[in-house]
Design a protein around this ligand. Structure first.
Ligand code: ARG
Length: 293
């Protein structure tokens, strides 16, 4: 297998905002201009894919399915680590039809050797994939969001499936309903996060593990622009159009920000991270030197 990062994305040709399962979703705004929005979504998708490939990644694309517009957010399909995929179970009926489509896609990836194993959650456990379970390569643990979408009971399933530490973070607001909308661990050990999205206990858990010098607090403006929902590859970060102040703070820490105009997807409550799913992540990549702790 190649050592280039490998992402899954979904063809956006059946994307629309036709229902409202989070406060950002505006079916009216979509409908008022559907054809134009769809064309913009196509360009935004292509620009994001290009940004990732220009940084050396490979992108697998799965086909669109009419009637399943949020299939464009494959971060919610599964939690993937070490070739093992733990398939999601969605809270809202509007997205439950995606489960079978993603399962088929993952079985095909398994057939090609891209994945080793496809695992199901225990009966009844709700968990919305990597949107709510973010691997922190630096600390070698999962940060797992719960509350609005994923259930607290899913944390144990993640821990059992992968045999890794899971730090649960309860989300306090339905605007930041997936962890990936308000939390992004970076390669250098920093965490870009939006404090207002978390319960006091979750904030304490973050602050216990991430020293103050490594905590980058997103402003309201940056969080609302879906900039925390970012894809980090080494010292590069791909995100939606960002406030200048955020770009300046990240560049002062040595990160290069690539912005992509993702407006049509933000109208559904999603940004760069959730339009992708990283498939090649390994808990202990070859050649890593184990840091003395
Ligand atoms: N409309 C989608 C939903 O509400 C957006 C999902 C965005 N995904 C994410 N991981 N933030 O489910």
């Amino acid at each position: 297998m190649s050592d280039r990062p490998l992402f899954l994305m979904t063809d956006p040709s059946a994307f629309e905002v036709s229902y409202r399962i989070n406060p950002w979703m505006r079916p009216d705004a979509w409908k008022a201009n559907a054809a134009e929005r769809l064309a913009e979504a196509g360009s935004a998708f292509a620009a994001l894919r290009r940004a990732l490939t220009e940084l050396g990644s490979q992108v697998e694309t799965i086909g669109a399915v009419r009637g399943l517009p949020d299939l464009v957010f494959p971060a919610n399909a599964a939690v993937v680590l070490d070739g093992r995929a733990l398939m999601a179970r969605f809270r809202h009926p509007e997205r439950q039809g995606e489960e079978a489509v993603f399962r088929d896609a993952f079985r095909r990836l398994q057939g090609r050797g891209v994945l080793r194993e496809v695992v199901d959650l225990p009966e009844g456990a709700l968990q919305e994939g990597a949107g709510d379970a973010i691997w922190d390569a630096r600390r070698r643990l999962f940060w797992a969001g719960y509350g609005p979408r994923s259930a607290k009971s899913s944390l144990a399933a993640i821990e059992q499936t992968f045999g890794e530490t899971v730090v649960g973070l309860e989300l306090a607001s339905d605007r930041y309903y997936h962890l990936d909308t308000c939390f992004c661990p970076l390669a250098g050990g920093e965490v870009l996060y939006y404090p207002a999205a978390f319960t006091p206990a979750a904030l304490a858990a973050i602050r216990a593990r991430v020293p103050e010098a490594s905590r980058i607090e997103a402003t309201d403006e940056a969080a609302e622009a879906f900039c925390v929902n970012a894809v980090n590859l080494g010292d590069s970060i791909v995100m939606a159009r960002a406030p200048a102040s955020l770009k300046a703070r990240l560049s002062a820490r040595g990160y290069r920000v690539t912005e992509v105009d993702l407006a049509p997807f933000i109208l559904s409550g999603g940004g760069a991270y959730c339009m992708t799913l990283r498939l090649d992540r390994e808990s202990r990549p070859a050649g890593t030197i184990l840091a003395a702790e």
